[in-house]
Write a protein that binds this ligand. Sequence first.
Ligand SMILES: Cc1cc2nc3c(=O)[nH]c(=O)nc-3n(C[C@H](O)[C@H](O)[C@H](O)COP(=O)(O)OP(=O)(O)OC[C@H]3O[C@@H](n4cnc5c(N)ncnc54)[C@H](O)[C@@H]3O)c2cc1C
Length: 583
Amino acid sequence: MEFDIGLGPRRAKPAKEPWNELEGGRVDETQTETAARTNAKLLGRPGNPLRRDQKLSSVGQKGGAVGRQPHPSRGALEERETEVGFELPDLLTERRLGNVKAVGGPSEVQFLGHGDEGIEAPQVRQLTHAQIISISPNSLLHPHERIGQTEAMGKNKPPAKYSAVGLLWRGLRKQSWPRVWREPEFKSTYDVVIIGGGVHGLATAYYLASNHGITNVAVVDKQYLGSGGSGRNTAIVRSNYLTPEGVAFYDRSLDLYNSMSNDLNLNVMFSERGHLTLAHTDSALRTMNWRAEVNKLQGINSSVITPAEIKKLTPSLDVSADTRYPILGALYHPPGGTIRHDAVVWGYARGADAYGVDLHQKTEVLDILVEGGSGPEGKGPGGKVTGVRTSKGDIHAPIVVNCTAGWASQLSNMAGVTLPITTHPLQAAVTEPVKTFLPTVVVSGSLHVYVSQTDRGELVFGASVDPVATYNMGGTLEFTEELAGHVLELMPGISKMRLLRQWAGLCDMTPDYSPVMGPTPVDGFYVDVGWGTYGFKAGPVSGEQMAACVANGTTPELIKPFELSRFTEGTLVGEKGAAAVGH
Ligand SMILES: Cc1cc2nc3c(=O)[nH]c(=O)nc-3n(C[C@H](O)[C@H](O)[C@H](O)COP(=O)(O)OP(=O)(O)OC[C@H]3O[C@@H](n4cnc5c(N)ncnc54)[C@H](O)[C@@H]3O)c2cc1C
């Protein structure tokens, strides 16, 4: 008889995972086949009879998002506890203890551990009777996998349903809606502390809970949720990046955005209206063609179109040849568009809260507690994170995730980890509302401007980051003047519109315009930073992948190119050609 007693990551409801789909084409065949072959051998089944989907569910998956069998019932677990036992200290020396399978009887055990590359590497070990003692299945897991499992038992529940029936029911009974998330008690211990209550921190917390059953998690923010870039951005989403790594990554985010309203049961107002990146010079046109080819190779809907086609799509643009910077063409990306940024933040916050994650607002992290490191105060490389010091007291936690975007380098410094990040303000502005006339998102790198129209009719403008590194979030007159001039070169017809307001947020810029994600030289200290001017669109995929990274203790393939180590290894992911103004 064969049974699975592993407490693999669990999810409350199956989400669309492209690498779970047979036709998805994103599964690393080599990895799957190797693992499955070994799996078949260990299970005494020659010829690898497993179907691909069976292989995936039994040996884990690339990307590490969700790869295990659905969690067995508690009853089944207890049954296994009495049947199979291991000597714990011995087992814990295993580099990685993922799923554990009893094969043929309690003394022969298959470990689905991970190799150095994060690939599941099954091993069989014979256990003597002396080794067979009592077992708690939870304790068989690697520390990364053990976190939160106990607390999660029976606690997970999906967020409350918003529905027309619910609305009617409450309306008739004059009942108000419950608070969207709790104001939790401050606890001194958590399994995971996430610093930063923006879309990245909240999405990571949500997917830790929903995909991996890890709910003993705190998200701490020095202000209110969404007070950083997540509540200040211009809400543009797209996946037509320049590098294959970037395209694959942002495309997964668009997938998640597409199903988000359903997944979070909150209308995030995704408006898939098409995204135009204008080219005003030959070299810009060359880059657009380059991007289009990279995009097409990865199945992304993206092509270079002519000025006449641009005019058809967006009549208000001046595509004539007698302007200062004539439009020579554009990269057209129909899946791009805008999403209501606040709704995304609130949706993830509500979802995470419903799973039991504690969201602590007005809780500033003053220090990150590290011991055993090679730097001053035992911080830095070689150290181990033990928690955070906040304005409300210390929190002990074996895992701390830095999701603080504009403040990322400050927070990482607290752990003794230096990041190649500088912080620059990015300004934006909005006009009074007018009748809808701009059907696409329009970006011009050469003119340092982009514009879209909201559902309410306002034009939302942005530009490139201010050239000076600073934490100052004040707006400047220079920005407004330059913006107005450049916008009028594109759309002279809007000269009478009035600007209502302008604002700024902080952007954490990296040398290659790509993020920094994954582990750091301090054990247990993770970063999800370097989001520059483009991190809103990456929120969902970052949350999903960071959650997998934390839960499984290995970096998923999708974010491996963005590890901090690329700056010492010289493997930068140059996205400047697609991210400098593009958002
Ligand atoms: C004007 C503007 C326009 C933009 N437009 C776009 C766009 O169209 N598309 C796009 O994809 N991206 C855009 N971006 C970028 C995007 O907004 C960010 O990259 C993204 O929001 C980063 O999200 P985050 O969750 O990582 O960080 P944030 O949302 O910035 O959250 C970080 C949080 O950390 C908290 N924090 C900081 N220090 C501490 C501390 N010591 N203790 C506790 N908490 C702390 C902050 O209060 C903050 O809430 C834009 C940015 C700006 C400023």
